[in-house]
Design a protein around this ligand. Structure first.
Ligand SMILES: [Fe+2]
Ligand SMILES: [Fe+2]
Length: 414
């Protein structure tokens, strides 16, 4: 810290005095002091004498420009930069991220849209009894994996934006993204991740054999409908065997993604390590995407609360180490979390901070006085130079506030 307030008696030759003399001795008749201007290096005892004569009790010194002294009061600098300037200041990229988040978001958005369209075609074709367009699927998996290896946070951030379609292609893209994020956090290589992406995109391919009236039923299922719906794991296995060219371990993604660690899942009620690691990873991703999506019979659970629920099922429905990897991938406050800051401001998390998960970037949408901001002010909670230390004090439920989080995220991503 460069600036210090010291007692006038501590002022010595060699120090750089920062005080604005004109301001400090306003009303003083000593006109000579004006010559000192806004800051001056103290070069003589005579200068010190004149400053003392002006009646100053304390002065500010800049220890980066002159000598320092023991004691004194360190002055925290007010940050005169605008939030926009602060945001644009280049920070080093977090480990494993090759592209800056905002830039990566543009690539991620295009990738997600291309992959979703490709998967809609693939699933639609299978549903009509056609063959699987494996070439198209391969390209989709490759594109997703490339985007994840550029900046995993941007791809994961987009999973907060939900779409609906007949065969849940958008859901499959979200699940595949989350599975890839876990694989990336686990240090898997790009080639394995590509195969994983292909298989995760197809985790619900069996739903193409479930009658549409059951698949798209808005309310809860009757027992016989539920039984049919659950068969999608077995149908998926059949389709993938017919398709050929998929390894057994990749096939586990379709067949085991509803098995639970504690044996409470389906179709085979497998437990613990009987469930392949890929199946376990997909199970968490699948539950998270379902929890955070709105249904006719239930509102969307905010991401932070969904993570809490998954954490609560650590060693119950889900294996502990994959839960930990999942939380590491999404951050403590996933993108789209509505948060209350210690300054009483309300904001939406829009960029995670892998190096300091408690301090993401937040778009402030409500001031401390309760005024709504139509254009969110971006705050980097990890910016130590910000005048005021902002921290997240609470995660809020957006359904209790009239805030369209998805609209906000779409704006940021555009
Ligand atoms: Fe499923
Ligand atoms: Fe699913």
């Amino acid at each position: 810290m460069a600036k210090k307030k010291i007692n006038i008696d501590q002022l010595k030759v060699g120090m750089y005095m920062e005080a604005d003399i004109q301001e400090s001795v306003k009303g003083s008749s000593n006109k000579n002091l004006k010559l000192l201007g806004k800051g001056v290096l103290i070069t003589s005892a005579n200068q010190i004498r004149r400053i003392k004569e002006a009646g100053l009790a304390n002065v500010t010194i800049d220890t980066s420009k002159g000598t320092d002294t023991e004691g004194g009061e360190v002055i925290t600098q007010p940050n005169l930069e605008t939030p926009k300037q602060r945001e644009h200041k280049k920070k080093p990229l977090p480990p494993g991220r090759k592209t800056e988040y905002r830039e990566a978001l543009k690539i991620a958005k295009k990738t997600k849209s291309a992959v979703t369209n490709a998967l809609k075609d693939v699933m639609g074709n299978v549903a009509m009894g056609g063959t699987m367009d494996q070439a198209k699927l391969k390209v989709a998996g490759k594109l997703m994996t490339q985007a994840v290896f550029q900046n995993v946070d941007a791809m994961v951030g987009l999973t907060r934006i939900k779409e609906h379609d007949a065969y849940t292609a958008a859901h499959c893209v979200n699940v595949a993204t989350l599975v890839l994020a876990v694989a990336f956090a686990d240090g898997m290589d790009q080639a394995t991740c590509e195969m994983l992406a292909n298989a995760a995109l197809l985790h619900d391919i069996g739903k193409t054999k479930v009658p549409l009236e059951i698949l798209n039923k808005p309310g809860r299922f009757e027992p016989h409908e539920l039984a049919e719906m659950r068969k999608h794991t077995l149908y998926g296995e059949e389709i993938l065997i017919d398709m050929g060219g998929i390894s057994e371990e990749m096939m586990f993604i379709a067949t085991q993604h509803h098995e639970m660690w504690d044996g409470s899942g389906y179709p085979h009620k497998l437990t613990g390590q009987q469930i392949h690691r890929f199946g376990q990873m997909t199970a968490i991703a699948d539950v998270y995407d379902a929890l955070t999506a709105a249904r006719v019979y239930k509102p969307a659970l905010p991401p932070h609360f969904a993570l809490n629920r998954i954490y609560g099922n650590r060693d119950k429905e889900f294996s502990a180490d994959i839960v930990d990897l999942f939380i590491k991938s999404l951050g403590l406050y996933p993108v789209g979390s509505l948060v209350l800051l210690n300054t009483e401001e309300v904001g939406i998390v829009y960029e995670p901070n892998p190096l300091n998960p408690k301090k993401p970037k937040v778009g402030i949408i409500r001031t401390r006085y309760g005024k709504e901001r139509h254009v969110p002010v971006v705050m980097d909670l990890d910016d130590a130079s910000a005048g005021e230390q902002r921290e997240i004090s609470q995660v809020l439920d957006p359904t209790k506030y009239n805030i369209d989080i998805e609209a906000f995220l779409k704006r940021i991503a555009s």
